[in-house]
Design a protein around this ligand. Structure first.
Ligand code: HEC
Ligand code: HEC
Length: 297
């Protein structure tokens, strides 16, 4: 009985302390942090960089799958539910014109529209752990782009499809709360972040799970379907036979810049978005290479 009430006291005291701390933090939070001011040139520039390089938004949302093409959508994207027209990100009219920054960050990372409708569970898979800074920068960039054209028609996944076709599919994930950025100085963690949550190599290069086996990280063998057709994505772990274990870091970076493998093969850029990765900074591509070389099969 006494022990119980003491614990209760401790609990209320801890709560008071926590609430006090929260108020303090709330009050001392300076509002003039330029990194978080959405439309400062630095933030917009960072967004432009991510959009047209590693995050490769235009690979799907571009009028053509070429970096720098207007993000007016209109091409097909294929998922377990079939085909969906990729939306125009800069429409002059339509539903998404007055979405807030929060709405846009949520549909990019959480795959949910403001009306709570879930979009394709695979299109944005991986972005759910994109840092607040990166997601915010991308949205800031979208906001300064010139508007062009009309909204694309929207697909609704029927209740029946969601519960039959989608039964085994990984659901679109939404991570709530603040997601801090990883500094490039921590090269391996940063590389893993880029591979999993920005460039999302995992989306194509993971071995798909089946009823009997779970998904395998970067093991290859999945079929990638784009408007250019279908191709299997190879493994890119550090395995000497099935992966890129025999490639040097410099060769991996060179591949990401050119689409040319060390043996001189030109890999199809309509399937692997190397035309986008080509313009990324050395530091980022080196981090990706360092991470791949550490992944065991
Ligand atoms: C792999 C293809 C792909 C990539 C890459 C991609 N998206 Fe999408 N995105 C889609 C598809 C497909 C939809 C619509 C899905 C649906 O309706 O089911 C969509 C929907 C959206 C929407 C909702 C628009 C609306 O009007 O409903 C926004 C905003 C968006 N994407 C932004 C982005 C941004 C920003 C990036 C880059 C960081 C990005 N997307 C990268 C395929 C992609
Ligand atoms: C949209 C799907 C997709 C994404 C995203 C993607 N790839 Fe690829 N990648 C492919 C496909 C498909 C091929 C095979 C193309 C071919 O055979 O012409 C490929 C080929 C490769 C190869 C050549 C391997 C070989 O031995 O020929 C490497 C290396 C590679 N990708 C690395 C990456 C890395 C690293 C990332 C992320 C930074 C990435 N890919 C993102 C689909 C993708």
């Amino acid at each position: 009985m006494r022990a119980g009430s003491r614990r209760f006291h401790l609990l209320t005291r801890t709560c008071t302390l926590l609430i006090g701390a929260a108020i303090l933090v709330g009050c001392t939070n300076a509002p003039s942090d330029t990194l978080h001011d959405p439309l400062t040139p630095t933030v917009v520039e960072k967004g432009r960089y991510l959009t047209h390089t590693l995050a490769a938004c235009g690979f799907c949302h571009g009028a053509t799958a070429v970096p720098g093409a207007p993000l007016t959508g209109g091409r097909p994207y294929y998922d377990i539910y079939g085909e969906v027209t990729v939306p125009n990100l800069v429409p002059e009219t339509g539903r998404s014109v007055d979405w807030t920054t929060f709405d846009l960050m949520r549909v990019i990372r959480g795959s949910r529209r403001p009306d709570d409708e879930v979009i394709s569970p695979t299109a944005h898979r991986g972005y759910e752990w994109m840092s607040d800074d990166d997601a915010h920068a991308i949205v800031s960039y979208l906001r300064v782009l010139p508007r062009s054209g009309n909204p694309t028609e929207r697909r609704s996944i029927s209740f029946l499809d969601r519960n039959t076709v989608g039964f085994f599919a990984p659901p679109a994930r939404e991570v709530r709360g603040y997601i801090p950025a990883i500094t490039p100085q921590y090269q391996l963690e940063y590389g893993a972040y880029l591979v999993d949550h920005v460039a999302r190599c995992v989306n194509c290069h993971n071995t798909p799970g089946t009823f009997f086996s779970s998904e395998e990280y970067l093991g290859g063998g999945g079929i990638v379907k784009t408007d250019a057709g279908e191709k299997a994505a190879p493994g890119i772990t550090s395995d000497m036979v099935t992966g890129v274990g025999g490639w040097s870091d410099a060769q991996i970076v060179a591949y990401l810049r050119t689409g040319v493998a060390p043996d001189g093969r030109q890999v199809d850029q309509r399937f692997c978005p190397t035309a986008f990765y080509a313009r990324a900074e050395d530091q980022d591509l080196e981090a990706i290479a360092a991470h791949l070389k550490r992944v065991r099969r």
